[in-house]
Write a protein that binds this ligand. Structure first.
Ligand code: ATP
Ligand code: MG
Length: 433
């Protein structure tokens, strides 16, 4: 039976309290002592059972958000679409969610709402623990660790699916994808992260329903894209996103180039590999660097198109950037703080070839120089023939050093702080500025 509950006692599973963060334990114990149910759920349980380190611990309870909020002075109520409580311990945040019931027709609009295509818009109807389990996405995400007796609760066969490394949606897959099309992206994200397979019935509707992603708010898709590509498994996730025909609904212009042009594909693959390597090496990754690489072929294609109609390269680039960005943001909205830096990285691609200019030294102090230079190397590595330009800039930096402090605004020369030069300073390869 799909909703069947199995209880795995403490000596038959691999989670012990030493695997759980002190803060999560504090929250669990306080709720339990106050007479509420208190369980870990989601990635914290799933990843710990797989011997991985979860990135956070989520708590589920039968206490309402208001009751949880009263119990913890260091907590705050958040969310409208999905009301929950954050218990804050410095930089560590434990998310506490009240058990939810599945969406039903007869609830008031304030509590739950479903859109015309069956999409859930609000989700604040509280329910029992059993109901809470069945409205979660995958069976392996509906495993709970119960602080009352240290057992693991498995619903809908989650425990078996975990052993068999299978992602299976709870309930009817098509209905569940229609309720929330982001579950298609989550399926790919967990495949990439956990190296699990999709069960056949969970995989089947994805290509067919992929266009539903276009109804998801573009700001939410941006957040999901970052989770997809900036979590250390970008290379495998990218191939899966293409295979399941989802990538084109997030980044349509980039996707068109990638499917038609070897350089665009190679650049995207190298960008993904590069991102994963940086994360493995504990280096920073910035969304703007990643995104400027992904969208570059689309910008370049449009710029060349405009040039062929007689426009000069600079205005053509600006116009190309504007239209690629405007189109992109209809699907996955990139916040302005990133689009500004992306534009700078792209504009620098036109300035870096001007190596005879006396302004070359100034470019070293540009806040986006490092990213633009790294991107230049990536372009060459992906097959663009730039006549040894990357090496030229490598040598130039060796010779002139990189200023210690970068000015906040490159164009405003009066603001520019004095530069300290250090000859032969070793090369830093951070794309962030
Ligand atoms: P990770 O934290 O590694 O990304 P996670 O499984 O914890 O993985 P979260 O986004 O933190 O993912 O969500 C926590 C839990 O909430 C999930 O495990 C799942 O049970 C439930 N959940 C999250 N998003 C959805 C969704 N769109 N539909 C149904 N359930 C969801
Ligand atoms: Mg989580």
């Amino acid at each position: 039976m799909p909703g069947q509950l199995a209880i795995i006692p403490r000596d038959e599973h691999g989670i012990s309290r030493s695997n759980i963060s002190d803060n999560a334990l504090k929250v669990l114990y306080r709720l339990h002592k106050a007479g509420y149910q208190a369980l870990l759920v989601g990635g914290g349980v799933r990843d710990t059972l797989l011997g991985m380190h979860p990135k956070d611990f989520d708590v589920a309870t039968d206490a309402t958000p208001e009751q949880v909020n009263k119990l913890f002075r260091n907590s705050r109520l958040i969310g409208r679409r999905f009301k929950l409580v954050h218990v804050i311990f410095g930089r560590d945040v434990i998310e506490v969610a009240t058990f939810r019931a599945p969406p039903q027709e007869n609830h008031s609009k304030q509590q739950a709402a479903t859109g015309s295509e069956g999409m859930i818009l609000r989700d604040n109807v509280y329910g029992t623990r059993d109901e809470d389990a069945l409205r979660r996405d995958f069976t392996v995400n509906a495993l709970y660790y119960n602080i009352a007796d240290f057992s693991v609760l498995s619903y809908a066969g989650g425990w078996q699916d975990l052993q068999q490394r299978t992602l299976r949606l709870i309930g009817d897959p098509e209905t569940r994808y229609r309720e929330d099309p982001v579950r298609m992206i989550r399926a790919i994200r967990f495949m990439g992260k956990l190296d699990f397979d999709l069960s056949p019935e969970t995989a089947e509707p994805v290509r067919r329903l992929a266009p539903l992603l276009e109804q998801v708010p573009s700001a939410r898709l941006f957040d999901e894209s970052l989770k997809l590509f900036l979590a250390g498994h970008a290379a495998s996730t990218f191939e899966l996103m293409r295979e399941y025909q989802l990538f084109g609904h997030l980044f349509p212009a980039a996707s068109e180039c990638i499917e038609e042009d070897d350089f665009a594909l190679e650049l995207a693959r190298n960008t993904m590999k590069n991102t994963d390597l940086r994360i493995q090496a504990d280096k920073s990754v910035t969304p703007y660097f990643f995104l400027s690489a992904l969208l570059w072929p689309a910008v370049l294609r449009m710029q060349r198109n405009l040039e062929s109609k007689g426009m000069d390269s600079h205005p053509a680039l600006h116009k190309a950037i504007d239209s690629v960005m405007a189109y992109q943001c209809q699907f996955t909205a990139i916040p302005r703080r990133f689009t500004i830096s992306m534009r700078e990285v792209w504009e620098l691609q036109l300035r870096l070839p001007k190596i005879r200019s006396r302004k070359c030294r100034d470019l070293l102090g540009h806040p986006r120089f490092r990213a633009a230079y790294d991107f230049l190397l990536l372009r060459e590595q992906s097959g663009e023939d730039l006549n040894g330009l990357g090496q030229w800039w490598t040598d130039f930096q060796q010779e002139h050093g990189v200023p210690e402090k970068t000015p906040s605004s490159f164009t405003d020369k009066t603001d520019r702080p004095p530069r300290r030069r250090r000859p032969n300073r070793p090369r830093r390869r951070k794309p962030s500025a």
